[in-house]
Design a protein around this ligand. Structure first.
Ligand SMILES: NC(=O)c1ccc[n+]([C@@H]2O[C@H](COP(=O)([O-])OP(=O)(O)OC[C@H]3O[C@@H](n4cnc5c(N)ncnc54)[C@H](OP(=O)(O)O)[C@@H]3O)[C@@H](O)[C@H]2O)c1
Length: 299
């Protein structure tokens, strides 16, 4: 495993992390505690020390599964990131709540679910610029940091977000950006990375496998189960993306390594990217993804 600093103020994270949206049950599977344990144990064995969850991956469900795991393992070896800004209302349904009172309640619920004394990285979760530009909220969060409930703050920017949040992240007290970045979507290089470079912010690349498409295992006409959030993808865009993946697979990705590994290493070639956080369904996926670190030059 390789490790990089999450910006100038953040912790040292493994370049491969674990994304935990799938534990909330919107990816075609309901995960048992034993399945989650096996995934996270495999990650720890590979040297992974970073995981990313959120308040609304289920109603704090992903956090609860992780909290149960952490309560029986060495909590101190893990850097746990979660997020704020929503109440889970059902499958793919959330209600925004970025009010100070609402975020305060979410923070306490996340601490309880994760069974931790402090959240290592607490991220503004895909909110509008209007929600973001709220001095009262950032003052409240700074106070929670001083009180020891939060170690670092971050901003997870909407896929169709504006650059304002990246530009103002440091001034708001955040030390890391989470952006949708992968071989199919390079817009962050123009929109967000210049701000990360200027302010020495850590960068987390989310959806690094383009929701699994960059594993190369799906072909045009692929169907997803109704309880898999990918069933809601726009059919035309999915077709275009899969055709592009096929082209990349033939012209760029070496046949000798699993395409998922290559796609993760592709994100990490950019030294601004501190870590990628692929979602993983089982220990085998974790191990393949961790292997992407071996494709990087010695650091
Ligand atoms: N707004 C936000 O802040 C936000 C939004 C989205 C995601 N995120 C974070 O980013 C994380 C990652 O994004 P994501 O899970 O949406 O997308 P992703 O990481 O691009 O794709 C994950 C999916 O790819 C497949 N996969 C993973 N490893 C594989 C391997 N080695 N070989 C083949 N297939 C593999 C799995 O699904 P199948 O095997 O079923 O194909 C897995 O569920 C999330 O878990 C979450 O923590 C944050």
């Amino acid at each position: 495993m390789h490790y990089r600093n999450l910006g100038k103020t953040g912790p040292r994270v493994s370049v491969i992390g674990v994304g935990a949206w799938q534990f909330g049950g919107e990816w075609g599977l309901d995960f048992s505690q034993a399945q989650v344990d096996a995934i996270l144990d495999a990650a720890a064995e590979c040297g992974i020390n970073f995981m990313d969850t959120a308040e609304c991956y289920g109603d704090h469900l992903s956090e609860r599964l992780i909290g149960d795991y952490l309560s029986r393992r060495d909590r101190a070896r893990w850097i746990v990131a979660t997020k704020f800004g929503h109440r889970f209302r059902g499958f793919l349904e959330r209600e925004d709540d970025f009010s100070v009172a609402g975020v305060g309640a979410q923070l306490d619920a996340s601490l309880r679910a994760l069974r931790v004394e402090a959240i290592d990285l607490y991220q503004f979760h895909s909110g509008s610029d209007e929600f973001f530009q709220n001095g009262e909220l950032w003052n409240f969060l700074a106070g929670q940091k001083r009180a020891g409930k939060i170690r670092h703050l971050g901003v997870s920017i909407l896929q169709k977000g504006s650059e304002l949040q990246a530009r103002e992240a440091a001034a708001s007290g955040a030390g890391a950006l989470q952006v949708l970045y992968n071989r199919l979507d390079r817009r962050p290089e123009q929109l967000y990375f210049p701000h990360a470079r200027r302010d020495q912010l850590g960068v987390l690349a989310r959806v690094p496998l383009a929701s699994g498409l960059l594993s190369g295992k799906y072909r045009s006409g692929a169907n997803f189960a109704p309880n898999d959030m990918r069933a809601a993808f726009n059919a035309e865009k999915l077709k275009r993306d899969l055709a592009e993946v096929e082209r990349i697979q033939e012209t760029e990705a070496p046949a000798a390594v699993p395409m998922a590994q290559w796609a993760l290493a592709w994100c990490l070639k950019n030294p601004l990217v501190s870590a990628v956080i692929p979602g993983c369904k089982d220990p085998a996926q974790v191990k393949t993804n961790a292997g992407a670190a071996d494709l990087l030059a010695a650091e």
